[in-house]
Design a protein around this ligand. Structure first.
Ligand SMILES: [Zn+2]
Length: 328
């Protein structure tokens, strides 16, 4: 952040618009494109009229439409950090298509390569490197995501929510569709494309008796070391039920652990991403402290499902409301 971009808490104002739904198509190939169909409405909490300003960085804009009408370059202003559309209706569909370069993304924010997989890190402001968006925690949108990629290189295609559809495409490609029924801020969006060993089990929730599939996805060859993580996740779910009466709210909970994931751990809704050292434990070498730490981090990220994910923050000055001092 440069010195002329300081943000002060007292300057908070609601964004003039809200994105109600975000329908995203990721076409992963040598030229990865992201097509977004966004339903925007004027935000009743805002008194500002006028133009629409979206966040966006390192995006190559391919097309831009409002209610299916193609915009010309005179209709918008594009800078290195924003896209401003001068005149917009109060309730409309914005369709954008951008090209991004996960292979060249060394910022480790947005969508990037980490070892053999593609993954995302969007807290706090990485999503603006994926597509044009209101990239702030007080904008809650329902996400519907379709991912298309090569079947051999990326047999596993993940995003938040519940898996709604999957199938084959031409040229050895396939697709998976994910729908997250709960509105969420963009920092909780996640996408993973890779090849993993999977350790899985089930948990039946206490009140709703929902049968939840629990999956720990690890680099090939590491499945034996993921069982303690799976049990830690199950114990975390039971603790939240018994202590606070909070059932898990999706059909699946996934933890992706990879040696190459550069962050510690991230609580993306239904799809946590972890550095492998916070997941893997080998009985021959792991210490008691290692086991305690794995359970603590898995519990920390799981408990975000309600505190932070379903109940989120207004702005980043409220980060401490969802993180404990040793939080990750
Ligand atoms: Zn946390």
């Amino acid at each position: 952040m440069s010195s002329n971009e300081w943000i002060y808490r007292q300057d908070y104002t609601p964004h003039p618009f809200t994105i109600v739904t975000a329908d995203l198509l990721f076409d992963i190939s040598e030229q990865t494109t992201v097509s977004a169909v966004l339903h925007l409405k004027r935000n009743p909490l805002s008194e500002l009229n006028g133009s629409l300003r979206l966040d966006g960085e390192n995006l190559e804009l391919l097309s831009l439409l409002i209610d299916e009408k193609l915009l010309e370059s005179k209709d918008y202003i594009k800078t290195d950090t924003h896209l401003e559309i001068i005149s917009v209706p109060d309730d409309f569909i914005l369709t954008t298509k951008v090209r991004i370069s996960p292979e060249d993304n060394k910022a480790l924010e947005g969508l990037y390569r980490s070892g053999q997989m593609l993954c995302t890190q969007n807290e706090p402001e990485g999503f603006r490197k994926i597509t044009y968006f209101i990239d702030r925690p007080d904008n809650l949108s329902k996400f519907f995501v379709r991912i298309e990629a090569d079947k051999t290189q990326y047999p596993v295609l993940l995003s938040n929510g519940n898996k709604k559809a999957f199938g084959d495409l031409e040229d050895n490609r396939h697709y998976v569709v994910w729908e997250d029924p709960f509105p969420k801020p963009s920092y909780l969006f996640a996408l993973v494309a890779g090849d993993f060993d999977i350790v899985e089990g089930y948990h039946t929730t206490a009140k709703e008796k929902r049968k939840v599939l629990l999956q720990i996805l690890v680099d090939r060859g590491y499945a034996d070391q993921a069982h303690f993580a799976l049990e830690s996740l199950r114990r975390s779910m039971i603790w939240d039920e018994q202590r606070f009466g909070l059932d898990y709210d999706l059909d699946i909970y996934m933890i992706v652990a990879a040696q190459a994931f550069n962050m510690g751990a991230m609580e993306n809704k239904g799809l946590n991403l972890f550095n492998a050292k916070y997941v893997l434990a080998d009985k021959a070498s792991a210490t008691d402290h290692d086991y305690i730490h794995i359970e603590a981090v898995i519990g920390h990220e799981y408990f975000h499902n309600w505190t932070g994910n379903r109940v989120t923050c207004r702005d980043w000055f409220q980060l401490t409301l969802k993180e404990v001092p040793d939080g990750v």
